[in-house]
Design a protein around this ligand. Structure first.
Ligand SMILES: Nc1nc2c(c(=O)[nH]1)N[C@H]1C(S)=C(S)[C@@H](COP(=O)(O)O)O[C@H]1N2
Ligand SMILES: [Mo]
Length: 246
């Protein structure tokens, strides 16, 4: 137990110290195995209690790379975009006491949480941006997860070339982290289409792949075992860690 705690602490401080998460490290199988073996413990120890560092306006990066599956091309998304997303509605359903339908006007009224935080992509780049949005916890307070609820799944509107949609998930504790927001604004403007308009998740305490773009529906579930390949996320289904804490 003592040894595991030591290993977990060493990993978390190593990660905190290396600003861009290095590709070499992340491609290192031994590192992944180590991280996997301490995953539960690291999560319990530091995962959701700490806050990601908040930066100043002058730290905002001039460029923010685009790094994802292609922007959705289906007619639903294209029509929404053409209309400035005025007809967009966020659906929140699953293991909730009150299914939620949040039209754009309501989301805009709820948009009251701002952060300037760093985005760390697992491929080795990091950038700072300002995000404004709605705390995921505020959405959860409204729909009220049932007692069997454990995870919040974010279903996205983009698909890969096999037709598999992007998705991500957080457990309820991570979803209630004060910096976990459904962002609607990036650097003082509506989120650009290529960065996930009209609504994307921003989770600065975890690696970039958790910050799902183009969120269309949120599903609260007891287990994600039966969703797509059961890994809890598009990249997790291909072997990435579900817990992606920084
Ligand atoms: N819907 C969706 N969200 C996504 C992705 C994606 O492919 N599809 N890629 C993830 C990854 S790996 C990163 S690093 C960030 C990149 O966000 P950006 O394109 O705004 O830089 O989005 C994340 N969210
Ligand atoms: Mo990424």
């Amino acid at each position: 137990m003592k040894r595991r705690l030591f290993v977990a602490t060493t990993i978390s401080s190593a990660l905190a110290a290396c600003a861009p998460i290095g590709t070499a490290l992340n491609n290192n199988a031994a590192f992944h195995k180590l991280l996997g073996s301490t995953q539960g413990l690291t999560h319990a120890a530091i995962g959701t209690r700490g806050l990601a560092k908040e930066y100043r306006e002058r730290d905002i990066s001039a460029q923010f790379p685009i790094d994802s599956l292609p922007t959705p091309v289906d007619s639903r998304y294209v029509d929404l975009a053409r209309n400035g997303f005025r007809d967009y509605k966020l659906i929140v359903d699953g293991a909730v006491q009150r299914r939620g339908v949040f039209p754009m006007a309501m989301l805009e009224r709820m948009c009251n949480s701002t952060q300037i935080t760093r985005h760390d992509c697992v491929e080795g780049w990091s950038v700072v941006a300002k995000w404004s949005g709605i705390r995921v916890s505020s959405i959860l307070d409204l729909v009220q997860p049932r007692s069997d609820a454990r995870y919040v799944v974010f279903h996205c509107l983009d698909k890969d070339d096999q037709g598999t949609p992007y998705y991500e998930s957080l457990d309820l504790h991570q979803a209630r982290h004060p910096q976990a927001i459904l962002a609607m604004r990036m650097n003082n403007a509506p989120i650009p289409i290529e960065h996930g308009a009209p609504v994307r998740l921003k989770v600065p305490t975890q690696l970039g792949y958790k910050s799902a773009k183009w969120v269309g529906r949120i599903e609260v579930v007891g287990s994600f075992a039966n969703i797509y390949a059961g890994g809890g996320g598009y990249w997790e289904d291909q072997g990435y860690e579900w817990y992606a804490g920084i």
